[in-house]
Design a binder for this molecule. Structure first.
Ligand SMILES: *[C@@H]1O[C@H](CO)[C@@H](O)[C@H](O)[C@H]1NC(C)=O
Ligand SMILES: *[C@@H]1O[C@H](CO)[C@@H](O)[C@H](O)[C@H]1NC(C)=O
Ligand SMILES: *[C@@H]1O[C@H](CO)[C@@H](O)[C@H](O)[C@H]1NC(C)=O
Ligand SMILES: *[C@@H]1O[C@H](CO)[C@@H](O)[C@H](O)[C@H]1NC(C)=O
Length: 365
């Protein structure tokens, strides 16, 4: 019982010693980086050239336009792991040359509208692993950035126009959040987006026309959600999509007609759903551009699966499979059963049936 107390006292002593030391920046010539230590309110007013900056043991809490107000030509600014909770409007307006902004692994819960205003040549803004439950329209206002990474936050809702005012975003990562609802105009303002990652959220429904602003989108990842049905028109507007990932959702009967909007789709992933019936012809008719398909870990009978694969061979679509269920009855590693299902069952249950079928088919000589 004495040890935790001792540790507390020791911790208090150490933190007093640290906080007693003033904030300071050291420049390391060989890696062209300023290491700034123990920053709380404001960075030291020194000469900052066109190098990198990395914060260490910083405890910034609220990043405002007074936290780093000095003229500089820094190319990267790393304030990850700096206990930042809030970013206020125009917080980075003096960092107009930066190409990389690292804000990941903080506890950011609030980003004010216009927080990144004035940043014009950013390649990557890293906001992953923070505490964002809510993002508000204008939070990316006047930011020009190739990649915005919001992975692993706690975002539940994408309101209309939330990304409005951003300039030239190509890659947006919203995976590992808790997104349940996306408003019809949530993606307005992302007219040059090419990659959208919504993997591992809680989506069970997509509003009709929600992707209408994303005519340049090439890759859409909706894996690991709870989607079961799509309205005809859900994907309208995505004319340039080349890759669609719907793996690990709750689709039981896949309707190929929802693929009509895609004129260039070449990769489709439908693995790990509860699909027991698959209309290969309807998929091919709607997306003749398809080249690679994943349908493993669904609920298909062997006879149906063989027909599907033979059909796709004929029209030059490769059915690929990375799981490899070779210990049970399978076609090219995709597990299947003797019986034809007419409703969805749990996949583990399906695998058991496939295993039993396998045992039954062993004949000894
Ligand atoms: C910083 O922001 C405040 C309001 O948030 C504003 O009044 C002030 O003019 C800004 N200062 C600079 C240097 O931009
Ligand atoms: C940013 O800083 C953290 C430590 O604060 C460090 O672990 C990380 O490697 C740095 N990232 C880059 C890209 O330099
Ligand atoms: C399927 O998605 C859920 C989230 O919806 C995730 O927790 C789970 O790990 C995923 N399963 C696989 C096998 O990837
Ligand atoms: C589904 O199949 C079972 C037998 O496997 C059968 O008893 C049932 O009537 C079928 N249901 C429908 C809706 O076809």
């Amino acid at each position: 019982m004495k040890h935790p107390l001792l540790l507390c006292v020791l911790g208090a002593v150490i933190s007093t010693v640290f906080s007693a030391e003033p904030p300071a920046c050291d420049y390391e010539h060989d890696i062209r980086t300023y290491f700034c230590k123990r920053i709380r309110d404001v960075f030291p007013n020194i000469f900052y050239g066109n190098y990198h900056l990395q914060c260490e043991q910083c405890n910034i809490r609220i990043f405002t336009n007074k936290t780093f107000p000095f003229s500089n030509s820094l190319v990267s600014f790393n304030v990850s792991e700096s206990a930042i909770r809030v970013i206020t409007s125009r917080a980075f307006s003096s960092l107009s040359n930066i190409q990389y902004l690292y804000l990941q692994n903080n506890i950011i819960e609030d980003i004010e509208p216009g927080a990144f205003a004035g940043l014009r040549q950013v390649y990557e803004v890293h906001l992953e692993n923070n505490n964002l439950g809510k993002i508000v329209p204008g939070f990316l206002d006047d930011l020009e950035a190739n990649t915005v990474d919001l992975k692993n936050n706690k975002i539940k809702h994408l309101p209309s126009g939330v990304f409005g005012g951003s300039l030239g975003v190509l890659i947006l990562d919203l995976s590992k959040n808790r997104i349940k609802t996306i408003e019809p105009d949530a993606f307005a303002g992302l007219e040059s987006l090419e990659v959208l990652n919504l993997e591992n959220n809680e989506l069970c429904h997509l509003t009709c026309g929600v992707f209408k602003h994303l005519s340049t989108l090439r890759q859409l990842n909706l894996a690991d959600n709870k989607l079961s049905k799509f309205t005809v028109g859900t994907f309208s507007g995505l004319t340039h999509l080349t890759s669609l990932n719907l793996a690990n959702n709750s689709i039981s009967a896949f309707d190929g007609n929802i693929l009509i909007p895609f004129n260039h789709l070449s990769k489709l992933d439908l693995s790990r759903n509860g699909i027991y019936y698959f209309d290969a012809n309807s998929v091919h008719v709607n997306v003749p551009t398809l080249r690679v398909l994943r349908i493993d870990d669904n609920l298909l009978s062997c006879i149906h699966l063989i027909n599907v694969i033979q059909y796709f061979k004929k029209v030059h679509v490769e059915v690929v499979n990375t799981v490899g269920r070779y210990h049970v009855q399978n076609v090219i590693g995709i597990a299947c059963t003797e019986i034809i299902l007419n409703h969805s069952v749990d996949f583990e249950q399906f695998l058991k049936v496939a295993e039993e079928d396998t045992k039954k088919s062993i004949s000894y000589c």
